[in-house]
Ligand binder design. Sequence first.
Ligand code: HEC
Length: 139
Amino acid sequence: MRRGIAAVIAFLALAAVSGFLLGQQRAAAQQHVDVEKKARLSEFMDRKLEDAQALLAGLARHDLEATAAAADRLGLVCVDLSWNVLQTDEYLERSTTFRRTIATLASAARDGKLERAQLAWLDLAGQCFSCHEYVRDRK
Ligand code: HEC
C-alpha cells in the first residue's frame, strides 16, 4: 500500500516537473520567435531608411535617374507584407498616401521635374514623422 502511494507521489512529481520544463521550453521558443520577428522588422525598416536616404541624395545632387530608382525601391518596400505592422484603417490609409507620394516623386523624377520631385520629397518626409507618431501613440 505504502509503495503504491510512493509510486503515485513519484509519478505526480515527475508529471509536475516535466510539465514545468515543457512550459519553459515553449516560453523560450516563443521568445525566440519574437526576437527573430523583431530583428526582421528592424532590418526591413532599415532598408526603408536606406532607400529614403538615397532619394534625398539623388535630389540633392540633381541626379534624377538615381532619384527615380530609389523611389522605385522604396515603393517596393511598402508592398512587402512586413509593412503591415498595424491592421487599422488609418494605418492602411497612411500607407496608401505614402505609396502615392512615392509614385508622384518617381514620375516627377522621370519627367525631369526636379522641383516637383523635391516638393514630393518634403511631403514624404513629413509622412515618415507623422506615421511614426501615430504608431507610437497606438502602442
Ligand atoms: C504608414 C506608416 C509609416 C510611414 C509613412 C513610415 N514609416 Fe517608418 N516605421 C513604421 C512602423 C510601423 C515602424 C515600426 C515601429 C516599431 O517597430 O515599433 C517603423 C519603423 C521605422 C524605422 C525603425 C525605427 C527603429 O526604432 O528602429 C525607421 C528607420 C523608419 N521607420 C524609417 C522611415 C522613413 C525614413 C520613412 C519615410 C521615408 C518612414 N519610416 C515612413 C511606419 C511607417
